[in-house]
Design a protein around this ligand. Structure first.
Ligand SMILES: C[S@@+](CC[C@H](N)C(=O)[O-])C[C@H]1O[C@@H](n2cnc3c(N)ncnc32)[C@H](O)[C@@H]1O
Length: 404
């Protein structure tokens, strides 16, 4: 691979802002990519993937390069040089890379990777938490969560089928494979910008990880039902629910952020999903109005996001232990408050994109032991580990409200 100066400079500039200005990697990369219209898909792919990779391995690379935060601009070429050296990419003879100690980089890598927190490039507190909650499995799980996420699409069955979508994508030079165990899913064989396709603009698919596609299915919705998606966000799962309901019945999509619901409405229009209604939760009344009204309820709870580190590697550096402690309190509260929306005989799914038991099984069991959970029975649960599925880490539990 030949390195191009303007692309390498763009990567280092993006890294500078991600590491020093507290901006999210995806936002910064989107911003950087807008800078030069001449960049083709290959160039854009290089900038995005290299930046994500260096963010993912920040701790390990910084230890190898013997630099520490806050990184100064003139130190970033050293991080880049570590990335290139470990990938086997020859560095060009630019001044900033002069004197790169290639042998020392490889030697330090072999030595440092023996310590898990450094080798897997995570903060010490996170390593301790993972070990405490997952035990011996943490080793393989964190290694899997450090792999780049595959790109998975969900065919919008309101408009197409996975097989027809596959053909339409092929017409646009995008090669995908159907995934046997995930009825609506297609996985890209090679990374491409799928958002630029006409197929996307026609609303024939959404990008949604395979594990995430299991959540709406677990809720067992039927056309004609009244379904509440209480933490709908921008609607990844709302759209799936609407499709499973064949546009019949009603999905009430709720969130505490109007901007997310606005984005959901835009996506619903593109998808041709007409059975979705959004409601902003701006007081307890919004939820009270729906008490005992829902045939099905989805609580896709806010969480640590530890199951989706593959696609959000900067979360490793932005997450704080106090945030996880607080979000667990929110999860417990949401279960107790929102479960009241389920009608007798109705069902609900509690889901997170976390692999921590304290955000998952333990929340469900505490809820079932609480006064509000007394009328519910546990039906089933599924915990998806990234190292077993190859996709995101997820948890989902199905509970049923007794008929009395
Ligand atoms: C895991 S995300 C949802 C992702 C979304 N369901 C999807 O599939 O794209 C959790 C969502 O919960 C929302 N949230 C946070 N606190 C909430 C609350 N008290 N009530 C309802 N939603 C809340 C967040 O704004 C966020 O959009």
């Amino acid at each position: 691979m030949r390195l191009h100066r303007n692309l390498v400079l763009a990567v280092m500039d993006a890294l500078y802002h991600i590491f020093n200005d507290d901006v999210y990697a995806d936002k910064q990369i989107a911003q950087t990519l807008k800078r030069d219209k001449r960049w083709g898909s290959h160039d854009r792919g290089f900038i995005a993937e290299t930046t994500y990779d260096i963010v993912r391995w920040k701790r390990l690379y910084a230890e190898i390069a013997e630099i520490s935060e806050p990184f100064k601009r003139d130190e970033l070429p050293r991080l880049f040089a570590v990335w290139a050296t470990l990938k086997g990419i020859s560095l060009p003879d630019w001044g900033v890379f002069e004197g790169t100690p290639t042998r020392r980089i490889k030697g330090r890598f072999d030595e440092l990777k023996k310590t898990r927190a450094i080798g897997q490039s995570i903060p010490d507190w996170l390593d301790e938490l993972g070990q405490k909650e997952l035990g011996a499995m943490w080793d393989v799980e964190i290694a899997a969560l450090n792999q780049q996420a595959p790109v998975v699409l969900r065919a919008n069955t309101l408009k197409t089928t996975p097989a027809k979508l596959r053909q339409r994508l092929l017409d646009e030079q995008i090669v995908t494979k159907l995934l046997k165990e995930y009825p609506d899913a297609l996985e890209l064989e090679e990374r491409k910008n799928v958002f630029a396709t006409s197929v996307f603009k026609e609303g024939l698919f959404e990008v949604q990880d395979a594990s995430s596609q299991e959540v709406a299915r677990m809720l067992d919705v039927q056309p004609g039902m009244r379904v509440v998606d209480a933490c709908a966000g921008a609607g990844g799962k709302t759209l799936h629910l609407a499709a499973l309901m064949e546009n019949k019945g009603n999905v009430v999509a709720m969130d505490i952020y109007q901007n997310k619901l606005n984005e959901l409405k835009r996506r619903a229009r593109r998808a041709g999903a007409h059975n979705i209604e959004t409601r902003l939760i701006d007081s307890t009344k919004t939820v009270k109005k729906l008490h005992s009204k829902a045939d099905r309820l989805l609580i896709d709870a806010p969480c640590s996001g530890l199951g989706v580190l593959k696609r959000n590697p900067d979360a490793k550096w932005k997450l704080q232990p106090e945030f996880i402690e607080n979000i667990k309190k929110t999860q417990a509260q949401l279960l107790r408050d929102y479960a009241k929306m389920v009608k007798p005989g109705g069902k609900m799914v509690y889901a997170t994109c976390s692999v921590l038991s304290s955000e998952n099984e333990q929340q469900v069991s505490a809820f079932l032991d609480s006064q509000e959970g007394a009328g519910f029975v546990f039906d089933k649960e599924k915990k998806i580990y990234a190292h077993q599925s190859g996709y995101d880490g997820f948890y989902m539990a199905l509970l049923e409200r007794a008929n009395t």
